[in-house]
Design a binder for this molecule. Structure first.
Ligand code: HEM
Ligand code: HEM
Length: 142
């Protein structure tokens, strides 16, 4: 059971990386006038899957810690950093949905969306690092 959360988040992070790779092609084309094909629809659906899985995984992680240890936010900063990461995931999701609906403010919005999601990726790598530590110390010995 305690492996469900790390499994969901690992898959989500890999899909987010793929979405970012596609997004960076868009950024190259728009901002640096390089020739690059942006798979618009694939970026949108992979982005949606990645962010939805991350949100589901967040609550699964919370639930598992609550069920097994009777409390929350006791995982060496991993839980607290998850609370820091969460609003950026939600913001990236909302901006992505606005861009997918061809928002009139797209010029500024896509830059903020791209930079926000770069930050999300960095925070996710940090979560993975902290999460592996949590697994090693609290779960592997059970
Ligand atoms: C709900 C999920 C998502 C939706 C609906 C979405 C939608 C979009 C759309 C429509 C664009 C093109 C904007 C334009 O050129 O006018 C875009 C650009 C981009 N997206 Fe996403 N996206 C989502 C998630 C993600 C994720 C998970 C990442 C990476 C972790 C990401 C990174 C980027 C980047 C880097 C760009 C290029 C920004 C730029 O040109 O400056 N997106 N997104
Ligand atoms: C590969 C990446 C990750 C690994 C290996 C990992 C590992 C873990 C482990 C072992 C736990 C203890 C409970 C359990 O096993 O179900 C946990 C809890 C948790 N994780 Fe992760 N995690 C990862 C990514 C993430 C991400 C990306 C988020 C947030 C977006 C997150 C949020 C949480 C939360 C909120 C808890 C509950 C913490 C608490 O109440 O103290 N994790 N994680």
């Amino acid at each position: 059971m305690l492996l469900i959360h790390p499994a969901i988040q690992t898959i989500a992070i890999l899909i987010a990386l793929y979405a970012f790779w596609m997004g960076s092609k868009r950024a190259l084309a728009v901002h640096f006038h390089k020739k690059a094909v942006f798979p618009w629809k694939r970026h949108i659906w992979t982005g949606r899957i990645a962010f939805s899985l991350l949100l589901i995984g967040f609550f699964v992680g919370m639930a598992m810690v609550r069920i097994h240890w009777g409390n929350n936010l006791m995982t060496l900063g991993h839980g607290k950093m998850a609370l820091v990461t969460l609003p950026f995931i939600v913001a990236g999701f909302i901006m992505g949905e606005m861009l997918a609906r061809k928002s009139p403010h797209r010029d500024k919005l896509r830059v903020v969306h791209g930079l926000n999601n770069l930050l999300v990726l960095i925070l996710l790598f940090n979560q993975a690092r902290l999460g592996i530590e949590v697994y090693r110390l609290f779960v592997a010995g059970l």
